[in-house]
Design a protein around this ligand. Structure first.
Ligand SMILES: [Zn+2]
Length: 321
């Protein structure tokens, strides 16, 4: 039907060159349906196709731009979310303990409830005998010890750990030492290895405790500080009751002696740590509740005053009178 050559358009009356390609044709009449000239109809179809192509192209461009904008928006949002991550997402926390702990936490902006006990910061100098300066690989346990050296004080034991860099005869230390009067000394940072719990050194915090005699039983002051420190640390690092363990549970060494010989006392101690955490939480929650009810009362009072046409500004009231 299509041949090369000169054709006359029945509608426009124009002669149109057709050389096997349709581009360059000039249309002068209305719709192709009215035109019997096949070239005209072809040209009309061609134009229609061109217009459709342009539309399709611009549609593609628009979709591409929208997609790019979406990708940028999602990327930007992810960046903001990652940037504002809370300290609750501590790399030390195992997934299980985080879930266990945070599901029981109430809906409040308060993250920690246990107050930090009085701690004397006396970090040892870095040395291979008591503070190697090596980071622990995870923080999964708090390991409880007794010193096995009756009547010595927390300060004496701290100073002994420090002196090992000169003595160089034994590797020994602990992250914390609690004294006979309940004083707490921080010797090695929580995220660094201390030499106390053998193979558990690289994934735990160790707490050494002073004791007055060979039974290894702690004084009430030492015991109370230990409960507070264990509660504080376990909350800070999202550890549960079963992640507070004895040196005995790592190596079966008779340490802490009293708690190894008195299993019931040991279980009671862990119960008390968790009870203290709960107590601290309740106290904070009570304060929050009190503050909320005060706010509600205040709002109700404001509404009452507004309903009864009492102006907030005392000067206005005076002026009216
Ligand atoms: Zn021990």
């Amino acid at each position: 039907m299509m041949e090369c050559g000169l054709r006359k358009c029945s509608l426009s009356g124009e002669y149109i060159n057709y050389y096997g390609r349709i581009s360059g044709l000039v249309l002068r009449a209305g719709s192709a349906a009215d035109c019997k000239c096949p070239i005209y109809r072809m040209a009309w179809a061609y134009r229609y196709m061109q217009r459709e192509n342009r539309r399709r192209k611009s549609r593609h461009t628009l979709i591409t731009i929208i997609l790019l904008e979406l990708i940028l928006a999602v990327g930007g949002l992810s960046y903001l979310v990652l940037k504002n991550k809370q300290p609750g997402e501590d790399p030390f926390l195992t997934e299980d303990t985080v879930i266990e702990y945070f599901t029981e936490a109430p809906e409040t902006e308060v993250e920690f409830f246990v107050p930090k006990p009085d701690i004397s910061e006396q970090l040892l100098s870095i040395n291979e005998w008591s503070r190697p300066g090596k980071k622990i690989r995870s923080l999964d346990y708090i390991v409880i010890h007794y010193l096995g050296n009756p009547k010595t004080t927390a300060q004496e034991n701290h100073d002994y750990f420090e002196s090992l860099k000169e003595l160089q005869n034994v590797s020994m230390s602990a992250n914390y030492v609690i004294g006979l009067e309940g004083e707490i000394i921080h010797c090695v940072p929580d995220d660094e290895v201390a030499y106390a719990s053998n193979r558990a050194n690289s994934y735990s915090i160790s707490i050494e405790n002073c004791h007055p005699d060979d039974t290894g039983r702690f004084t009430q002051a030492t015991y109370d500080s230990l409960v507070k420190l264990a509660a504080y640390l376990s909350e800070q690092y999202g550890l549960g009751r079963d992640q507070i363990i004895r040196h005995y549970d790592v190596t079966e060494k008779d340490c802490p002696k009293y708690f190894v010989e008195h299993e019931d006392a040991w279980e009671r101690f862990r119960d008390q740590v968790m009870a203290y955490r709960e107590e601290c939480r309740s106290e904070v929650m009570e304060e929050i509740e009190l503050e909320r009810s005060r706010e509600t009362e205040f709002t109700q009072l404001e509404e009452f005053l507004a309903e009864n046409g009492v102006e907030e500004n005392a000067d206005d009231i005076g002026a009216e009178g």
